[in-house]
Ligand binder design. Structure first.
Ligand code: OAD
Length: 234
């Protein structure tokens, strides 16, 4: 059924969250085994925390970079990358910063919250890739002498309007939307499935547990994304 709808769909949008990377070994923020319990991202991923103690915030990111660096995409990432190859109009919108979708071959990928491998100069706003693991000098410093920060959207910061506009258009215009591995509590991403549905899309959620949007989508499949995608393969 889902596979048939996907084959027929002309415009497909996929929204992913931390749960899609869980089977690769990336800790999630919430839910079973969530990173949340040992660390509180809401206290570290803020401009205030960075202004107060950039070294501490960078140590946290350094730790996360070390975890993510050796990890490989899983069946879920690969299913989504294959889906893109077989769909003429396809947009992947991810809240993840780990880069695993791109590693799996996804091309048209909108990163709502940035990317852990990119850094940004706090003075010049210059953005570049810094993939050394671990970073030896913390906090890292730009050529201009200013501190570099992760190119990530922190709590209390606005999303890039250009990125938002691409994501919003894809959500509004798709005829099939798949929502994978997100607790659907962080805005604006949490509203995307509802906007898609209001605009006529068939919306399928795949998540390890029920979420606030489970009762508002067309189908909610509860289970591990990798296993569910394995069964969806035609
Ligand atoms: P969360 O950690 O909030 O939610 C992950 C969801 O994935 C939970 O509902 C889990 O039950 C589910 N899950 C876990 N393992 C799974 C699996 N194998 N298959 C399917 N589902 C699984 O992550 P996000 O919703 O992505 O923002 O969180 C949204 C944002 O909040 C993040 O981007 C981050 C965080 O604060 C920033 O850092 C700005």
């Amino acid at each position: 059924m889902i596979i048939d709808l996907l084959k027929k769909a002309k415009k497909v949008a996929v929204l992913t969250g931390a749960g899609i990377s869980a089977e690769s070994g990336v800790p999630t923020f919430r839910g079973e085994g969530g990173l949340w319990r040992n660390y509180n991202p809401q206290e570290l991923a803020t401009p205030e925390a960075f202004a107060r103690d950039p070294g501490l915030v960078w140590e946290w990111y350094n730790w996360r970079r070390e975890i993510i660096h050796p990890l490989e995409p899983n069946k879920g990432h690969k299913f989504i990358a294959d889906l893109e190859k077989n769909t003429s109009d396809f947009t992947l919108i991810t809240q993840n910063i780990d880069g695993l979708h791109q590693k799996a071959g996804s091309k048209n990928c909108v990163e709502l919250h940035g990317n852990i491998w990119r850094v940004r100069c706090v003075r010049e706003e210059k953005v570049f890739e810094l993939s050394d693991v671990p970073l030896k000098d913390i906090p890292p410093v730009c050529e201009c002498g200013s501190i570099l920060r992760p190119d990530i959207v922190w709590f209390g910061e606005s999303l890039d309007p250009e990125v938002m506009s691409i994501a919003y258009n894809a959500v509004k215009n798709c005829d099939f939307m798949m929502v994978v591995g997100t607790s659907a509590v962080v805005q604006p991403a949490a509203s995307f499935p509802l906007i898609a549905r209001q605009n006529g899309a068939y919306v399928v959620e795949i998540n390890a547990e029920k979420t606030p949007i489970s009762g508002m989508v067309d189908e909610s499949l509860i289970g591990k994304a990798g296993e569910i995608f394995g069964k969806l393969k035609p």
